[in-house]
Design a protein around this ligand. Structure first.
Ligand SMILES: *[C@@H]1O[C@H](CO)[C@@H](O)[C@H](O)[C@H]1NC(C)=O
Ligand SMILES: *[C@@H]1O[C@H](CO)[C@@H](O)[C@H](O)[C@H]1NC(C)=O
Ligand SMILES: *[C@@H]1O[C@H](CO)[C@@H](O)[C@H](O)[C@H]1NC(C)=O
Ligand SMILES: *[C@@H]1O[C@H](CO)[C@@H](O)[C@H](O)[C@H]1NC(C)=O
Ligand SMILES: *[C@@H]1O[C@H](CO)[C@@H](O)[C@H](O)[C@H]1NC(C)=O
Length: 178
């Protein structure tokens, strides 16, 4: 009996040590990525275009274009300067998904990285983006390459607006899978 007790205690200690080392390694390898997204709707070379829904010039809830869908291929750069190092591209869709008097988007997109140690890897984001809030949080639901099976979250903050164009700062925290 004493033997069984000792053995189960030993197994318990082993499992705790294993879990602790795993969470320690996770903490060590948690990655923070910072970049700026350029959402260009105006001008002759927009990077986000409306593909369905109503235009933004009506009144009431339609003022915020409820039901509209945009496709984007926005550049991601190292600093707010559009000509700074290209980190990657945000490719995907956003839909104006609130009937209230607020601008709230459903974001479904990938950040595809094209430089540095993340070159060739991508992250997938699905989440609600109430763009009038100062900071918006969106879940990272997975990734490819070095981010395969990753989890995490993205914090977005509008850096500047120029009429319909916006520069959005992103801080993304990634917890690796292992
Ligand atoms: C943690 O990251 C380092 C470098 O950043 C890498 O060498 C190491 O293999 C990673 N550990 C795991 C378990 O992925
Ligand atoms: C305003 O909306 C109407 C109907 O949706 C459209 O025909 C018109 O071109 C829009 N005007 C501008 C300036 O976008
Ligand atoms: C980026 O560079 C292009 C051409 O080199 C220039 O026309 C543009 O004004 C620059 N943009 C910014 C924000 O500096
Ligand atoms: C990123 O990877 C692609 C394909 O492997 C390669 O052609 C390109 O030169 C790399 N870019 C940078 C900036 O390392
Ligand atoms: C990202 O982090 C920097 C500091 O590292 C901070 O100044 C900035 O406000 C953060 N942005 C967001 C969107 O959380």
């Amino acid at each position: 009996m004493a033997y069984i007790k000792t053995l189960s205690l030993f197994v318990f200690v082993l499992v705790v040590a294993f879990l602790a080392s795993k969470s320690e390694a996770r903490k060590r390898n948690t990655t923070h990525i910072q970049f700026y997204m350029h959402d260009v709707l105006g001008g002759s070379n927009p990077s986000a275009v409306r593909v369905a829904g109503q235009s933004m010039n009506s009144t009431g809830s339609a003022m915020f274009g409820f039901g509209s869908i945009y496709v984007m291929d926005n550049s991601l750069t190292a600093t707010p300067d559009a000509n700074s190092t290209l980190i990657g591209r945000a490719q995907g869709l956003y839909a104006m998904s609130s009937q209230e008097n607020e601008l709230s988007l459903l974001m479904t997109l990938t950040y595809n990285f094209v430089s540095g140690i993340y070159n060739g890897s991508s992250l997938s984001i699905v989440g609600r983006n109430p763009v009038m809030n100062e900071v918006r949080e969106m879940p990272v639901v997975g990734g490819t390459g070095v981010f395969r099976l990753a989890r995490g979250f993205a914090l977005a903050k509008t850096h500047s607006m120029d009429q319909v164009d916006a520069i959005i700062g992103y801080n993304v925290t990634i917890i690796p899978y292992f």
